[in-house]
Design a protein around this ligand. Sequence first.
Ligand SMILES: Cc1cc2nc3c(=O)[nH]c(=O)nc-3n(C[C@H](O)[C@H](O)[C@H](O)COP(=O)(O)O)c2cc1C
Length: 327
Amino acid sequence: MRTPLCDLLGIDVPVIQAPMGGAAGPELAAAVSNAGALGTLPLSWASPAEVADAVARTRALTQKPFALNFLFNSPQEERVEAALAAGAPIISLGWGDPAALIPRVHDGGARVLVTVGTAAEARHAADAGADVIVAQGWEAGGHVWGTVATLALVPAVVDAVAPVPVVAAGGIADGRGLAAVLALGAAGAWVGTRFLAAEESSAHADYRKRLFAATEADTFYGMLFDIGGPDAPHRVLRNSTVERWQEAGRPASGDRPGEGESVATREGGSSVPRYASSTPSEGMTGDIEATSMWAGQGVALLTRTQPAAEIVRDLVGEAERVLAALP
Ligand SMILES: Cc1cc2nc3c(=O)[nH]c(=O)nc-3n(C[C@H](O)[C@H](O)[C@H](O)COP(=O)(O)O)c2cc1C
């Protein structure tokens, strides 16, 4: 299965493993890239030295292209410089206006992917020179930039930026989703939640269990987990923290049940307060269920842990069968 995205990014199949802070490291990105798709490293909070180290560790595991992701939740110039100096071939930007950074990334010899939530943002990014537009729908897990659902967003963005390739994100968790977004005019899919189930992801075992048990109706969208990530709407699995807050009448930040208490401890020893924006990663101990268990509405399609390469094969194989069986 090839689309124009494959030639542009040097990949074999039109699937991108979405960047997932706390869950996607060099092992996952390299496994995805080695399977012919595109692995992505989330590095929005890394130091420039950690950016260079992540590129080196990924390079040691794969000769294939992979991407580095930076969100404008803080200034990213230094990290992007470190990424370019380390030879990163593809940079993904989001959560803000990327226009000023795009020429610098191109001068550094890399391609730029920009995540948007509306057709107007997509047009702005394409005018600024973005090579690929990622249209992130509201179904998505983790922090969600826009409020338009994937089915409505993708064709609007495709029409707005043609011939720039558009990658669809949000709620795509199996081959039917991949086939559907190709039908909408997308050149590929950006898949997050499904890759949490990869053997190579660093999602905590308790988090995985809850992902496998969840239905499409078990996520919560809001701004509840705001400690360390203020003013950023997100989608998580509904859990005891969400339920206690709802039962208390949805009080404002600072006045919520259990505010200030610690619910878990990260591998490095730092504490995870209730309402923290903090992925439950391997090595975290404590009440994992009470933490921000990011998940998209496609979570119902996750059933078991699999090697990342098998997930890539399943997504593409099923999409091909679905497309071939259409009347
Ligand atoms: C655990 C988790 C962490 C995430 N972290 C990031 C991140 O660091 N940078 C980013 O651009 N998007 C992040 N996202 C959003 C994803 O890149 C992607 O847009 C989303 O997962 C797509 O929707 P899906 O989960 O329904 O596949 C995260 C998503 C999840 C589930």
